[in-house]
Design a protein around this ligand. Structure first.
Ligand code: GLU
Length: 447
């Protein structure tokens, strides 16, 4: 909904940041983190977040990459204020549609004697003076560009340095937040800004993301590198986003799992860490588990239904039964990929007996023998937690054992597993009849 107060706030803020991807590959975690930091800064300052597509490389651009990128950004909740689809006053937002603007800017350089033709290409004439980049994260970086560099290739297409700067000027970009791999380009960019007599934006380069093990930058081939993977595995976008916030930024209060509103409030350049950030797959998975467990039941239910159906589980029409299973299993869910295995036995009698689970259960005594002793209790005692527990305690006591000695066998008989949902609520949901049938079958199979 249009919010006038928010609109005025944004108009008043001088901050304009942009995410400027080249759609030449799938949406990588490093790109997503760059988009995220720009978005956070815009939301923190009340500024504008622009999405600009740097699609000048005709041979490597693909529509599919752009679709995946936009879809991934939406999934992560990184809404852009200007750019493809939403428009804005500084378009077009595709570099491929800005050829006229680039020509005009080339003419400006020519008129100032700062561009010349050579071997069919157009070169920029550097000033030869020392340039100092004041980077908000890396501090001052001094460099003298000694050599003129091409700004148009001999085939007439403009070069990255040139279009990047022209667009930042035209779009009145105030802060450039981008990967540290661009740090070495930036003095060239400052040369161009000065040649146009345009103000140089505040730069903030953000650290590289290293692969989880070994040396080097995380590449698109590394596991967990593409946002699509998380979408397919039904990770919660809030969890992925929260984890990405901490790849190179630190709120300095040791907090990790935080609502996005809190991160927006705290996010600034001082919290950006200079040293490279290492991707940790297990930590990402842990964030996802925490978010899944904290998810509002209605939302979890929708996700659980989707995943169950996808895995071929036939859910009964009895919504109360389904809801109670999902409610019981939510706290035990670590990810949606393995969720079907966690709940499958609630919806089918045809579940497997897990070998590893069985050998664990056998450590507590012969399961078939235990089940034979338990059977009369299941058959006769009122089917609720307190009555069942009391009866099992009595049985165990009479034999110099503990009631918990009987739990693993019962659990294994009704689920084929050695862990999962809490035992008594599980039994109550399944109901006496089903539990009894399963115990009988298990006795037969196990003896
Ligand atoms: N298209 C460039 C990239 O994807 C943008 C660099 C920048 O943000 O200035 O690396």
């Amino acid at each position: 909904m249009f919010n006038i107060a928010e609109y005025i706030f944004k108009k008043m803020s001088k901050v304009r940041v942009r995410f400027a991807p080249s759609p030449t590959g799938f949406f990588h975690i490093g790109s997503a983190r760059t988009a995220l930091f720009n978005w956070l800064y815009a939301r923190h300052t009340g500024g504008m977040f622009v999405l600009r597509i740097e699609d000048t490389d005709d041979e490597r651009n693909r529509q599919e990459y752009l679709d995946v990128l936009e879809d991934g950004m939406r999934w992560l909740g990184l809404d852009w204020d200007e750019g493809p689809e939403v428009g804005g006053g500084y378009g077009p937002y595709f570099q491929s549609q800005r050829a006229d603007i680039y020509r005009k800017y080339l003419d400006i350089l020519r008129s100032k004697g700062r561009a010349y033709d050579k071997d069919g290409a157009v070169f920029f004439k550097v000033s030869g003076k020392k340039q100092v980049l004041h980077d908000a994260v890396y501090g001052d970086v001094e460099r003298t560009e000694e050599k003129d560099f091409p700004i148009f290739r001999s085939n007439g297409t403009p070069v990255f340095h040139f279009v990047n700067v022209v667009d930042d000027i035209c779009m009145e970009i105030s802060h450039v937040i981008r990967g540290q791999d661009h740090l070495t380009n930036t003095n060239k960019h400052i040369e161009l800004f000065e040649a146009f007599d345009a103000p140089v934006p505040q730069y903030a380069h953000i650290p590289l993301i290293l692969k989880s093990q070994g040396q080097g930058k995380m590449s698109k081939r590394d596991r967990g590198a593409l946002i699509e993977e998380y979408q397919q595995k039904l990770f919660l976008p809030e969890a992925v986003r929260n984890y990405l916030c901490l790849l190179g930024w630190n709120p300095k209060n040791d907090a990790e799992i935080m609502p996005i509103e809190e991160i927006i409030r705290l996010f600034d350049f001082r919290g950006i860490i200079k040293s490279n950030a290492r991707f940790d797959e297990r930590k990402m998975a842990h964030f996802n588990t925490e978010y899944l467990r904290a998810l509002a039941p209605g939302k979890f239910d929708a996700l659980a239904r989707r995943r169950a159906q996808e895995a071929g589980i036939a859910l009964p029409s009895d919504a109360k039964y389904v809801d109670s299973v999902f409610e019981l299993c939510q706290p035990k869910t670590s990810n949606m990929e393995t969720f079907p295995a966690l709940v499958g036995y609630f919806f089918s009698d045809d579940y497997a007996f897990d070998d590893v689970a069985l050998s664990k259960v056998q450590k507590k005594g012969d399961p078939a023998e235990r089940l034979k002793l338990v059977r009369p209790i299941i058959e006769k005692v009122p089917f609720d937690h307190d009555s069942l527990y009391a009866a099992l305690s009595e049985l165990a006591e009479g034999r110099g054992e503990k009631p918990t000695d009987y739990f693993p066998a019962i659990r294994f008989a009704v689920s084929g597993q050695s862990g999962g949902a809490d035992l008594f609520p599980m039994l109550e949901i399944l109901g006496r009849e089903k539990v009894l049938g399963r115990i009988d079958r298990a006795i037969e199979r196990l003896q």
